[in-house]
Structures are given as C-alpha cells and as structure tokens.
Design a protein around this ligand. Structure first.
Ligand SMILES: [Zn+2]
Ligand SMILES: [Zn+2]
Length: 154
C-alpha cells in the first residue's frame, strides 16, 4: 500500500533559493529511463510528476532552457540559477500541466512511480517492481491523458 501523504507538500532546490508548494497529489508519477533523463538527473532515471500547473506555487528565481524533444515536443526546463537544480519541465503547448522533478520534494513518500517509461534504456542492475506498467519507449499520449481525464471527472 502506498504511504498516505498529506498535502500541501513543500519542495526546494538544493541551495534553497527556489522553494515551492505542491497542493494536491500528482496526476501521474513516471520514472523515465531514457538517455536524456539519465543526463538531466545525473543518475539512473528521472522522476516526472505530472501536475496541474495551478496546483504548484513557486518562490524564488528560475532560469529557463528550451530543447526540442525527439518526439518533436518543445520542452522548457526550469532550474535554479544558483545551484543548477532542475525543478520542472513544461511543454508551452500544454501550459496547464507541468512536469515536476520529484527528487526536489521534501516528503519523498509522494514519489511512488505508477509507470516506468523508456525501459529499453534502463540500467541493467535496476529491477522494476511487479505490477507497475512499463513501456519500452515513449508511451502513447493516452497513458498520461487517461490519468488526467480520470482526475478531472472524479
Ligand atoms: Zn538552488
Ligand atoms: Zn526521459
């Protein structure tokens, strides 16, 4: 059973210049094992928490960098200009959803991935727990959209 989490949950960059408050549970919690995510997290995978933009409140100064994803999607990355910690990503064509970088949360009980993507690039020593959906590469858009629509109609 997932640990019960009480919202809001605070988060911050490593130096503390940027802080934020996540007011409600994320819609999707994805672990992405693609090469880009290994690079950006400087680790084995990245934790992406898809949240409604209006459910997160940021304080402090953020710097922005934009890249074009392999999918053709524009991906804006926001990070702390002091310590360089990546805080969230945003596709400007879907401004209502942000992808929060889960490792910056103060309460890591929030982080229980409900999907693993790009497992074709996964590091070999890492084993994914049974019962969690996986995708060899990028999942079809519906995977995220379904969770989001369920939330909206709930
Ligand atoms: Zn910082
Ligand atoms: Zn990735």
């Amino acid at each position: 059973m997932p640990t019960q989490v009480t919202y809001p949950v605070a988060g911050s960059c490593q130096c503390g210049q940027v802080t934020y408050s996540l007011k409600t549970a994320p819609l999707v919690i994805a672990a992405c094992h693609c090469i880009d995510c290994q690079k950006l997290s400087a680790s084995a995978f990245s934790l992406t928490l898809v949240c409604q933009t209006d459910q997160v409140e940021f304080r402090g100064q953020l710097k922005q960098w934009e890249r074009l994803a392999e999918s053709g999607n524009r991906n804006q990355a926001f990070f702390c200009p002091e310590c360089g910690n990546r805080i969230y990503h945003l596709n400007p064509e879907q401004p209502k959803l942000i992808k929060l970088k889960g490792g910056t949360l103060s309460n890591t009980d929030v982080i229980q991935p409900n999907v693993h993507v790009w497992i074709s690039r996964k590091q070999k020593w890492l084993e994914i727990p049974d019962g969690i959906p996986t995708f060899e590469q990028q999942p079809p858009k519906e995977v995220f959209m379904k969770a989001i629509q369920q939330e909206e109609t709930a």
